[in-house]
Design a protein around this ligand. Structure first.
Ligand code: UT7
Length: 329
């Protein structure tokens, strides 16, 4: 048994916010943002565009690429920490918007920026071990502009909105199996360095919390940076060792697009030449659970990957969470 990717899709909203635009909003500069993060611009959803709308566009593209209809799906997982609402799951709302009428299973996945990798792993297990589940839609979708404090220059320059979707199908042909090896990790001891304090049971949303912008993302940047590099490198090394594959055999390293300097540091430590590290952080910023999927869709549509190529995905995010997935395309 195994799984294969039969379609990818992505969507980013029309509105582009450049570093020059941000210069007019907070005390920052294109030079600072570019040298510290590699980000030049990011896409921002319209006020009336919610996370499931972004997910819908990406999903429609992925279904079209896969050549299947909504009712061919046996399950939908949406990875996001900027869900439409706490209840119901955004995946259920997406199911309705896509017009899936077969009552397939739907649930959301919260592993912050590692969400897509967690969701791929869960989908892999479900596709392999449940004979009634043959095709699943895995989506990473975020409207991060909704939880950004636009007066906090240490975070507002980093994030963007977007969604990406992957259609996975089970296969009996082990040669077709795209999941070569995978590992996931988390360390709740660092839960405080990247968080949204208010809006849950720990701190319900009150006017006071809103006034203090406690509904917005708070991050200890440098600590997050260090932990991101160390954990992604260790995770990638484990994925390669478990598979008996060397970094030279890997066509593309696709890290979560958080910051150019993080991507570069991970690549250097893995001895991966920079030209084989896929990067689009300059155009989209950090889109959390959507970021790796945005890369994969660009790579697939640009025919940068061919069947049989090894592609190493790695992510890191709040929780803390991290992981690596070695794919054979
Ligand atoms: O998705 C996964 C989670 N997120 C991440 O992976 C992000 C990880 N962290 C980072 O990417 C980096 O730590 C940042 C890009 C957030 C910050 O870069 P840094 O090189 O770690 O800068 P810093 O926090 O040490 O700040 C350096 C200086 C500070 O000023 P002082 O104290 O030296 O006077 C900041 O106040 O830069 C200042 N600064 C800014 N200046 C202009 C912080 N943000 C800005 C800004 N524009 N936007």
């Amino acid at each position: 048994m195994g799984i294969r990717i039969i379609g990818t899709g992505s969507y980013t909203p029309e509105k582009v916010l450049t570093n020059q635009d941000l210069e007019k909003m907070v005390e920052t500069s294109d030079e600072w943002i570019t040298t510290r993060t590699g980000i030049k611009e990011r896409h921002i959803a319209a006020d009336n565009q919610i996370t499931s709308d972004l997910a819908l566009e990406a999903s429609k593209n992925a279904l079209e690429a896969a050549g299947i209809g909504p009712d061919d799906l046996d399950g939908i997982i949406v990875a996001s920490f900027t869900v439409d609402q706490l209840l119901p799951a955004t995946s259920c709302i997406l199911q309705q918007k896509l017009g899936v009428s077969n009552k397939c299973l739907c649930f959301d996945m919260q592993a912050a920026c590692s969400g897509l990798l967690y969701a791929i792993n869960v989908a892999d297990s479900m596709l392999n071990f449940n004979p009634g589940i043959n095709r699943m839609l895995v989506v990473g979708a975020e409207k991060l502009s909704s939880i950004v404090d636009w007066t906090d220059r240490t975070t507002c320059v980093l994030f963007g909105d977007g969604a990406a979707a992957i259609v996975l199908e089970s296969t009996n042909d082990t040669d077709e199996d795209c999941m070569v090896s995978s590992n996931l990790g988390a360390d709740g001891n660092y839960s405080n360095i990247l968080q949204i304090p208010a809006g849950g049971t720990a701190m319900p949303m009150t006017k006071d919390a809103l006034d203090q912008k406690l509904n917005c993302i708070k991050m200890e940047g440098q600590e997050t940076f260090k932990l991101a590099v160390g954990n992604m490198v260790a995770s990638c090394k484990k994925a390669l060792d478990d598979a008996g594959v060397t970094i030279d055999q890997v066509k593309w390293l696709v890290p979560h697009q958080a910051n150019y300097r993080i991507l570069k540091a991970v690549a250097t430590r893995l001895k991966m030449p920079e030209e084989r590290v896929y990067m689009n952080v300059d155009r989209f910023g950090n889109t959390s659970a959507a970021s790796i999927g945005l890369c994969l869709d660009e790579m697939a549509r640009g025919e940068l990957v061919q069947r049989g190529d090894y592609v190493l995905l790695t992510a890191f995010g709040g929780g803390l969470t991290w992981g690596a997935v070695l794919l054979r395309w």
